[in-house]
Ligand binder design. Structure first.
Ligand SMILES: Nc1ncnc2c1ncn2[C@@H]1O[C@H](COP(=O)(O)OP(=O)(O)OP(=O)(O)O)[C@@H](O)[C@H]1O
Ligand SMILES: [Mg+2]
Length: 248
């Protein structure tokens, strides 16, 4: 088994005159938290969308766990172990936290939803639910209707639902956006706990969070990778300082 879980080569995607991905290359090692940073409009979300399969590249290749996936539909990528937290699952507002997680467990196991009213009683759910709740620190909110969760807790639940499929790689596009300081801390803790268990590609603007959580960082500018390295390397990289962090 290779140490590389993802290899992106020369990924290119244009919108008219805008090159949102410009011969983008990206390598992600198994088990790392890899941050993807860059100014607004640099092409981070476009890159994530091409990895998940929500949009197709004009050209280039994406090899995930040894398989070329760049033309594969999203559900097949998901089956290979590629999860995107805010797309595969979305929360059912009128159901409780545990019901949401139970549905995700059943869906990922390939069962159908005909018996969803009894889903909490199925042996599979009974086996997996406690760990699923605990993983995202929502044990105490198990019976809470999702609608009344805080914004931060909703995002934890979404991540928890994506994790029930036991993905090999989790794509997170700005998981802390729109959260208060408390929510940001909780999400950072969650990502910290997942480190080592699962590989994460994290798009995030909060540089304190990125520097605290990432093993390695790739920097995009105008759709192109301008630097890739450890936190220390990126902090001191002259091109990065000029293009993104500001010279001071
Ligand atoms: N569907 C689209 N049609 C036209 N242009 C698009 C489309 N999606 C993205 N773009 C353009 O592609 C470029 C990259 O956008 P993208 O959303 O990937 O950037 P980003 O790095 O995620 O930015 P942000 O930090 O603001 O989220 C931008 O110039 C954007 O305007
Ligand atoms: Mg974006």
């Amino acid at each position: 088994m290779s140490d590389r879980i993802l290899e992106v080569r020369d990924l290119t995607k244009s919108y008219g005159a805008i090159m949102a991905s410009r011969r983008l290359c990206l390598d992600i090692d198994r088990g790392e938290v890899h941050a993807l940073i860059g100014p607004n409009g640099a092409g981070k979300t476009t890159a994530i969308n091409q990895l998940s399969g929500d949009i197709l590249p004009d050209s280039g290749s994406i090899v995930f766990d040894g398989v070329e996936i760049s033309r594969m539909p999203p559900h097949r990528r998901a089956r290979l172990g590629l999860a995107r937290s805010f797309q595969i699952t979305s929360i059912f507002d009128d159901l409780t936290v545990e019901e949401n997680l139970a549905l995700a467990i059943i869906a990922h196991a390939g069962h159908n939803f005909r018996f969803w009213r009894n889903c909490l009683k199925t042996p599979l759910v009974q086996r997996e639910l406690p760990a699923a709740l605990e993983r995202v620190d929502l044990d105490r909110q198990a019976g809470t209707i999702a609608r009344s969760l805080s914004h931060g807790e909703k995002r934890q639940l979404e991540v928890g639902m994506a994790l029930t499929g036991r993905p090999k790689l989790l794509l997170l596009d700005e998981p802390m956006a729109g959260m208060g300081p408390g929510g940001t801390v909780e999400m950072a803790k969650l990502i910290g706990r997942l480190r080592g268990e699962i590989t994460i590609l994290l798009v995030e603007h909060d540089m304190d969070a990125v520097f605290a959580l990432a093993d390695r960082i790739t920097v995009l500018v105008y759709g192109e990778c301008v630097a890739c390295g450890t936190v220390a390397e990126i902090r001191h990289h002259p091109t990065v300082r000029a293009a993104y962090l500001g010279e001071d």
